[in-house]
Ligand binder design. Structure first.
Ligand code: NAD
Length: 487
C-alpha cells in the first residue's frame, strides 16, 4: 500500500528569521525536505550560510543591551503573549512535524507543553538574585547574577518546538538574546514559531531562528567568538564537536543533552502488566526516536517467559500516514535514520535472537520500521552498546541485583534507568547504584517532571535543564567586594 499525503496546511514559512525579518539565505541556497512517509520531496528550506549565521549573531549582540535592561516583567510580557499563539497553532505545528519528521499528529503534545514553559518562565525572571555576605570583617560582599550576552542553541529534530522554547525561554528571561539553529530534518515548526515571534512583536534581534545543516551554520555558532553559552541537544558525536569548538574558540559554556541506552529493570515482584505497557510505550513512542527510550530491558529470569509473551502482544502499532488521526506509529525521520536502524537490526540478527519484527512493512513507500524485539543478546554486542533510535527493544534476563546493576551500568551512557519492584528498599538501593541522571521507580521514560533537573551522567551529557535549573545556565555570577569603614 502506497502512502500519499494531503495536508491541511497549504503554505508555510521556510526562510531564516534574522533581526526581526524573514530573509532568504544570502546566497539563495536551499535544502530539500523529504516526507519520510512518502519518500518524496515536498518543499525546500533556506540553508543559512556563514554570513547569515554571523548576521544573526550580530543582530542578537546589538539587541542585547536594551533587552537586558528591561525589567523581568518587561521581558516576561513578550513570553506571555507568545504562549496563546503557540496553542492556537497546535494543529498546524502537528502537521508540519508529521510532514517533515513523521511524528503522528495523534501524538503531538509540544504546543501545550511549550505554552506552559512560556507561561512559567514569564513569571520567574525576578528569581535571578545574587547573595550578600557579612562574613569578611571590614567588608560587605555580594554576588550579582548577570546575563552572558548572546546564547546559541542547536536543537535536534525529534521534539523540536519543546527544545526551541525550553532553551530560549530561560535564556531570554535571564536577559540574554539568542540565535537558535533548527535541525535540517525538522525546520518547519521552528520557522512557524518565528512567525509567531514576529506577530508578538519581540524587539528585532532578540530571538533569531535559522535553518540549515550542522556543518555550516551549527559549526559557525559553536566556534563563534561572540556567543558565550551554547546549549545543545543532539547526538554524542555532535556534542563532542561542539565541546571541542568551544575549547578552540572562546571557551564558551556548553550545555549538552545527548543520547542514551537506557536500561529498564523488571524484578520478579513487579506489576508485570504495568511494566510491559510502560516499557513498550517508552521504546515505541516517536518510533523509538527518543534519547531516553528504554532500549535495554532486563527481566528477572523467573518472570521472563511471561513478560516476553505479554510484551510481544502489546508491541502492536497502527503505522501509516502520520497526518491521519488513526495512526500511532510513523516512519523513521528520514532515510538515513531508517538505514541506520535497519543496519542495527541486521546486526542484531547476527548477534542475538529476533523474536519479533522480521516481517516487511505493509507500506510500499516511506521509511517505516516494524516494532522489533531481540532476546538472548550478548551484553557486548553493538545493539546492546549503541543507540539505535528506532522501535527496537532488546530483552535480556538476570538472576540477582548485583548482576543486573553491573549490566545496566556497563555503558558509556547514563541518561535514564528504571526499576520495577514492589520492594521499596530495593528500589531505593537501585536508585542509588544506577549511574544515570534520571531513575524511574515503577515508571520509565519518558516520565519526568517539570521541576526536576533533566540531564545525563557519563557521556549522556553535561549540565542539567529544567524549570528549577535552566535559568542558572544562562546567568554569570559576579562577586563584588565592598570595603566598609567600620570606625
Ligand atoms: P545530531 O547531533 O545529528 O543533530 C542535532 C543538531 O546538531 C542538528 O541541529 C544538527 O544540524 C546539528 N549539528 C550537526 N552537526 C553539527 C556540527 N558539526 N556543529 C554544530 N551543529 C551540528 O542529532 P539528531 O540526529 O538531530 O538527534 C538525535 C540525537 O539527539 C540522539 O542521539 C538523541 O539521543 C539525542 N537527543 C538527546 C536528548 C536529551 O535531552 N538528552 C533529547 C533528544 C535527542
Amino acid at each position: 500500500m502506497s502512502i500519499t499525503q494531503t495536508p491541511n496546511v497549504k503554505s508555510f514559512e521556510t526562510r531564516l528569521f534574522i533581526n526581526g525579518k524573514f530573509v532568504e539565505a544570502s546566497d539563495g541556497g536551499k535544502f530539500d525536505l523529504i516526507s519520510p512517509a512518502t519518500g518524496e520531496r515536498f518543499t525546500q528550506v533556506s540553508e543559512a550560510t556563514e554570513d547569515d549565521t554571523n548576521a544573526a549573531v550580530a543582530a542578537a549582540k546589538a539587541a542585547f543591551p536594551s533587552w537586558s535592561a528591561l525589567s523581568p516583567s518587561g521581558r516576561g510580557a513578550y513570553l506571555k503573549k507568545l504562549a496563546p499563539f503557540i496553542l492556537e497553532a497546535k494543529d498546524e505545528l502537528a502537521e508540519l512535524e508529521a510532514l517533515s519528521m513523521g511524528r503522528p499528529v495523534s501524538k503531538y503534545f509540544e504546543a501545550e507543553l511549550s505554552a506552559d514553559y512560556l507561561s512559567y518562565y514569564a513569571e520567574v525572571g525576578i528569581q535571578a538574585l545574587g547573595t550578600s555576605s557579612l562574613n569578611t570583617p571590614g567588608f560587605v560582599n555580594m554576588t550579582m547574577r548577570q546575563p552572558f550576552g548572546v546564547v546559541g542553541a542547536i536543537i535536534p529534530w525529534n521534539v523540536p518546538v519543546m527544545f526551541l522554547i525550553g532553551k530560549s525561554a530561560p535564556a531570554l528571561m535571564a536577559g540574554n538574546t539568542i540565535v537558535v539553529k533548527s535541525s535540517e530534518k525538522a525546520p518547519l515548526t521552528s520557522a512557524k514559531v518565528a512567525t509567531l515571534i514576529e506577530k508578538v512583536g519581540f524587539p528585532p534581534g532578540v530571538i533569531n531562528i535559522i535553518s540549515g545543516h550542522g556543518h555550516i551554520s551549527g559549526n559557525v555558532l559553536s566556534h563563534h567568538m561572540d556567543i558565550r553559552v551554547i546549549s545543545f541537544t543532539g547526538s554524542g558525536r555532535t556534542g563532542r564537536l561542539i565541546q571541542a569548538a568551544s575549547a578552540k574558540s572562546n571557551l564558551k559554556n556548553v550545555i549538552l543533552e545527548l543520547g542514551g541506552k537506557s536500561p529498564a529493570i523488571i524484578f520478579e515482584d513487579a506489576n508485570i502488566d504495568k511494566a510491559v505497557e510502560d516499557t513498550k510505550h517508552s521504546v515505541q513512542w516517536n518510533s523509538g526516536q527518543v534519547c531516553m527510550a528504554n532500549s535495554r530491558i532486563y527481566v528477572h529470569v523467573s518472570i521472563a517467559p511471561t513478560f516476553i509473551e505479554k510484551f510481544q502482544k502489546a508491541f502492536v502499532v497502527e503505522s501509516g500516514d502520520p497526518l491521519l488521526a488513526s495512526v500511532n506509529h510513523g516512519p523513521q525521520a528520514d532515510e538515513m535514520q531508517y538505514k541506520q536502524v535497519q543496519a542495527y537490526i541486521d546486526q542484531g540478527m547476527k548477534d542475538g535472537k529476533m523474536i519479533m519484527g522480521a516481517e516487511a512493512s505493509k507500506h510500499t513507500n516511506g521509511f517505516f520500521v516494524q516494532p522489533t524485539v531481540f532476546v538472548d543478546t550478548p551484553e557486548n554486542s553493538r545493539i546492546m552498546k549503541e543507540e539505535i533510535f528506532g522501535p527496537v527493544a532488546v530483552i535480556n534476563t538476570f538472576k540477582d541485583e548485583d548482576e543486573v546493576v553491573a549490566k545496566a551500568n556497563d555503558t558509556e551512557f547514563g541518561l535514564y534507568a528504571s526499576v520495577y519492584t514492589k520492594d521499596v528498599s530495593r528500589a531505593l538501593r537501585m536508585a542509588k547504584k544506577l549511574e544515570s541522571g534520571n531513575v524511574g521507580v515503577n515508571c520509565t521514560s519518558p516520565t519526568g517532571a517539570l521541576d526536576m533537573p533533566f540531564g545525563g551522567y557519563k557521556a549522556s551529557g553535561v549540565g542539567r535543564e529544567g524549570w528549577t535549573v535552566s535559568m542558572d545556565n544562562y546567568l554569570e555570577t559576579k562577586s563584588v567586594y565592598i570595603s566598609v569603614d567600620d570606625a
